[in-house]
Design a binder for this molecule. Sequence first.
Ligand code: NAD
Length: 514
Amino acid sequence: MENLIDRFGISGKSVNLPLRTGQQDFGDIHNDLIDSYSPVDGKLIAQVAKASSKDYERLVELAGEASIYWRNKSAPFRGDIIRQFGNQLRENKDALGKLVSYEMGKSWQEGKGEVQEVIDICDFAQGLSRQLHGATMHSERFEHRMYEQWHPLGIVGIITAFNFPVAVWGWNAVLAAVCGNVSLWKPSEKTPLCSLACLNLWKKVVEANNLPEGIINLIIGDVDPIGHLLTNDKKISLVSATGSTAMGKQVAQSVSRRLGKYILELGGNNAIILTPNADLSNAIPSVVFGAVGTAGQRCTSTRRLIVHSSIFRQVEASLVKAYNSLKIGNPLDEKNHMGPLIDKSAVDNMLNALSLARKEGGEVLFGGKVLDIGGFSTGCYVSPCLVKINHQASIVKEETFAPILYLMEYTGELEEAIKIQNNVPQGLSSAIFTLNLHEAENFLGPNGSDCGLANVNIGTSGAEIGGAFGGEKDTGGGRESGSDCWKYYMRRQTNTINYGKEAPLAQGIKFDLS
Ligand code: NAD
């Protein structure tokens, strides 16, 4: 890992804020450092200095200056810079994917996939840089023309969660950048090194193109003061925040108080419905990947399985068999399907949820144990868990960020399954497995899934960058990534131009001064 740390320039002066690696003695400034421990082997990877309020003010000033430079560049120029950043990521995909895996704990495959998502969004953003189109309208007034155009907002604040330490930032930062904004990223305190690696790759593009500093910025620090400064600061035009629903409610209040804009990407409680018409040979692997991928720590992880009673026993047996074949261990070893949870408190949350599930009549069919993985006594490895439970249990309405899959039965028609699916506070991702057109279309129709993402014969987890990503209800209502999400990062301006020789008023109003 030492090599990786060097490769991304994570040491000394090359980062926005001072950082120290290794086991140096920090004396009395130790309290101002964030320790980044790997959940893979429990080792301290590096220590990062926390930003102060002064650091924040300095960076916002820098960003403000850069904003004037950047918004005056053409969008295709900005797109070309983002293309070059995508190439940096291409060259470093394996290494950055490895750092994601080591610092966060997801499998290396998934770490690489995360970097690939940012490469994809860079390509998308470059294309977009020539397509930031506004509409034209016919004016009701003679010799008048109307159109709308889109302008940059200014500084975009980006707050990210630990579970996608690279991709979520990438979705936001590169779209914000082609739209002419500068950005300020506050990553999760749990994954500071991934963010430093990304920033240092960006800095290579800055150097190669002689760009000023301050276009894409990083600030690592605690919620108090950094998170609070960012959300309460009128200079931050848009805050895009990804994390728990509890965090989103706080951020929404702070940003709304100053009438700022926000995008919220919050918790999910995603379900798959298996009807009697499901092709189980496709459904079972999708369910298992959805539930155990990233050790159940994706916002789109499959947490609930709603199965028709006619196939319930068969599904239960297939899942127990599949779970028995899963390999849990070092996520850098590509033979393993699942690595550790992020930390011990995540393991405690999982065990608490299981204990509540048991109290509510849940039956653990598989897993739910803390594992000692060959030589690593981190306390972060668990066996993924299958729980048979009634859909009315209160625990199934909560998002437990761990690999627990609740199996629930429905007996009647599809409407019953959809009702169970929608009867939770969250509304992110959902899926149905069926080969029946009537069922599929009803699931997607106005009486169907109430989620932001609804899939047919595809699991809940793993979205493509081309679509708008996000969810309803307690998931926050925000959308980011593809489709027309770029519009969130710009301000719309309606222009009316009079090219005639008179100045008529709208709605035929007469105002005669003669
Ligand atoms: P978290 O809410 O603990 O932290 C997320 C980020 O918010 C961190 O950077 C944290 O420092 C910051 N934060 C927390 N309180 C804040 C405040 N009051 N003001 C400003 N910043 C604040 O979440 P986590 O444990 O890192 O991530 C897991 C959660 O994120 C899950 O609920 C998961 O579903 C959600 N998530 C959602 C999406 C999505 O796109 N919908 C994607 C990834 C993760």
